[in-house]
Ligand binder design. Structure first.
Ligand SMILES: [Mg+2]
Length: 390
């Protein structure tokens, strides 16, 4: 089997998007004197879909969501030429070739995202060729179904927030995650608003539901240290991305306090990136996203390393490229799940692009063992709902 063609395309959402109010979600730009609704410019309404075609008729599908137009350029200019004519079963060699070829500029960020998308497409081919879902190539099922947590609960009016939280509980979710809306520039008053968000969700769902909260890189270490004692009474399962991804010292300091478990890693890359995070005792939960971290070829190695450290892996975003890794790892007790809602920050676009993404029922997703490889196809409708950039 040989790779004969590679087609990366960007799907740009053409439909309506929900305007995001100020304080909808903290983000790294909050520290700057910009107009209040800076999250509105932090959205992503494009998705990269890459198809890899083999000479024996298999088509592997990979995807990535960070800076898709630039990612496509990396694939077209640097990675595609390495893969054409190669055998997808030599996947470790192919990964190493892509990594080493782009070493000078790739290592982290867009270069690794491009490698990730292609690697996922190659694993899709391997699964289809072996007539198995990918998780069977990674070790098989470690659980009958995957427990998932509802991940949305943006910082909105408290009554509305309570209603949304109760809805997830009613739908059967045993865990859910909310977003903070205020950061260092909002002072002590903003801290109280943040506390009110967490209190509202905790009171809405009671104590028998896991509640997590995400600062999405929008805080500073000083601010996080001041927030921790205020949040402690609500016994969060974790506090996510309290500081920016490069502040490894900050993560270590927050984790060492032991007040609230610390989660992060959705903006970290490769096995070595996670080795550094684990050695520095930064995280209680690892949250790589397979379509950023280096594809399944890296995700499975990081999963093994994390298991050795007894640090659970709960990948960012759910979706099939992560669910296969979670299914095959006992050290991944739960996965993220983005509910299907009107398009807002962009976390929802994949629902409109792919068929095969499992819908949550009673707080679980099922992986259909009859779906081979990744288990996704591109929806016919996607070509109407999106502008497709070749
Ligand atoms: Mg997150």
């Amino acid at each position: 089997m040989k790779i004969k063609e590679i087609r990366p395309r960007v799907f740009r959402w053409r439909g309506k998007t929900v305007p995001l109010p100020p304080h909808f979600c903290t983000n790294p730009m909050d520290l700057l004197p910009l107009p209040k609704a800076s999250m509105q410019t932090f959205t992503f309404h494009e998705w990269l879909v890459v198809e890899v075609f083999t000479d024996d008729g298999h088509v592997g599908i990979g995807n990535a969501a960070l800076a898709p137009q630039v990612t496509k350029q990396v694939i077209d200019l640097y990675l595609k030429p390495l893969l054409l004519g190669q055998n997808p079963w030599d996947i470790e060699f192919l990964w190493q070739h892509m990594y080493r070829k782009t070493m000078a500029f790739g290592r982290k960020g867009i270069g690794m995202v491009a490698i990730s998308a292609l690697d996922i497409a190659l694993w899709d081919i391997l699964g289809k060729s072996a007539k198995q879902p990918i998780y069977r190539l990674l070790g098989g099922k470690t659980k009958p179904r995957i427990p998932v947590y509802a991940s949305r609960l943006y910082s909105v009016d408290l009554e509305e927030l309570a209603k949304e939280a109760k809805r997830y509980k009613y739908e059967g979710f045993k865990a859910m995650k909310l977003r903070f809306g205020w950061g260092p520039v909002d002072g002590a008053e903003g801290m109280q608003h943040n506390v009110a968000l967490v209190r509202t969700v905790r009171e809405a769902v009671g104590d028998d539901i896991d509640v997590m909260a995400d600062a999405y890189m929008g805080w500073t270490l000083d601010y996080a240290k001041r927030m921790l004692p205020l949040l402690e009474p609500f016994h969060l399962r974790w506090l996510e991305e309290p500081v920016t991804p490069d502040e490894i010292h900050g993560y270590s300091e927050l984790k060492a306090r032991g007040q609230i478990p610390i989660a992060g890693g959705e903006h970290e890359f490769t096995l070595l990136g996670f080795r550094h995070l684990l050695e520095a005792h930064t995280l209680d939960y690892i949250q790589f996203d397979t379509n950023r971290v280096g594809g399944i070829t890296q995700a499975r190695k990081i999963a093994a390393l994390a298991e050795a450290y007894s640090i659970p892996v709960v990948p960012h975003a759910g979706q099939m490229h992560n669910y296969h890794v979670v299914m095959a790892s006992l050290n991944s007790p739960i996965a993220e799940y983005f509910p299907l809602v009107d398009v807002e920050v962009g976390n929802e676009l994949f629902w409109h692009i792919f068929d095969g993404e499992p819908r949550a029922r009673d707080g679980f997703v099922d992986l259909d063992e009859n779906l081979l490889g990744l288990g996704l196809t591109i929806r016919g409708e996607a070509f109407e709902k999106f502008e497709v950039i070749e």
